[in-house]
Design a protein around this ligand. Structure first.
Ligand code: SAM
Length: 243
């Protein structure tokens, strides 16, 4: 998760500058004691920012747009879905809605507070949509594969080896660079894999595409321009029926 996604981007300064030091102290002490505010992110009601966050925006219709579109296109009603890196639950909610009442989503998130945020997003958005989304999703606090950058502490997280992930129709990943190791060690063959790449965290698009191609997947990429000005992609990998 980037600084901007955490709501800190507006006052980014080099570490040696006093304001940046103040920010580090504030983030490590006061910020997480403040309440989080509800907002709507790509149609999902969730708590993304803390009160007083300078970049706080409570309405982002295009939050994670490329990933949300990739997830929505990949999932059919009745599908079994595995998600790694649930974050604020935006993609989790859309996965649950696309899988429908007959489908199931197993969602892994390493940070305890984020798992609560995800469950709340399922409950609140489900109320608005008139669907019991919580019933379709098993949110587990677990670190899958490597710990490259989890959001906050991993205290209490179980560890899941990528080779032990259960079979599923669709696998979706947005886990801050852990994607590459998970894909290398994956033993199941989902019909579709949707990955947000993280070039700055050791999971660049070309390496993700190489691993997926070597496993017999056909690849489509959609560029994502980040607020920081860098670029990454959403990679959709589909197993053709004759491979
Ligand atoms: C950018 S957020 C995901 C946002 C999410 N796609 C959404 O729609 O709200 C990334 C999340 O992945 C989690 N994470 C990072 N590495 C992980 C790993 N190896 N296993 C499980 N969760 C991980 C972080 O704690 C963070 O909450």
């Amino acid at each position: 998760m980037t600084d901007t996604e955490r709501g800190r981007g507006a006052y980014d300064l080099p570490l040696e500058r006093p304001l940046d030091l103040l920010r580090e102290v504030y983030d490590g002490t006061i910020r997480r004691r403040l309440p989080r505010v509800l907002g709507v992110y790509n149609g999902v009601v969730t708590r993304r920012y803390y009160l007083l966050d300078l970049t706080q925006s409570t309405n982002e219709p295009a939050y994670k747009q490329a990933l949300v579109e990739g997830v929505r296109e990949a999932i059919d009603p009745g599908d079994a879905v595995v998600e790694i890196g649930a974050g604020f639950g935006v993609c989790t909610v859309w996965a649950a809605r696309e899988a429908g009442a007959e489908g199931r989503v197993l969602s892994f998130e390493a940070n305890a507070e984020q798992t609560r945020v995800v469950r709340e997003a399922l409950e609140l958005t489900g109320q608005v949509a008139g669907e019991d989304l919580l019933d379709r999703v098993d949110v587990q606090q677990a670190l899958v594969g490597s710990d490259l950058e989890t959001y906050g502490s991993m205290a209490g997280a179980a560890r899941v080896e990528p080779a032990a992930l259960p079979d599923c129709d669709v696998l979706t990943m947005d886990c801050e660079g852990a994607e590459l190791d998970v894909l290398r060690e994956l033993s199941v063959e989902p019909r579709t894999i949707v990955v947000e790449t993280h070039p700055t965290h050791g999971a660049p698009t070309d390496a993700v595409v190489e691993v997926l191609s070597s496993k017999g997947y056909a690849i489509e990429t959609t560029p994502v321009t980040t607020k920081e000005g860098g670029s990454k992609d959403v990679v959709t990998a589909t197993k053709s029926s004759d491979t």
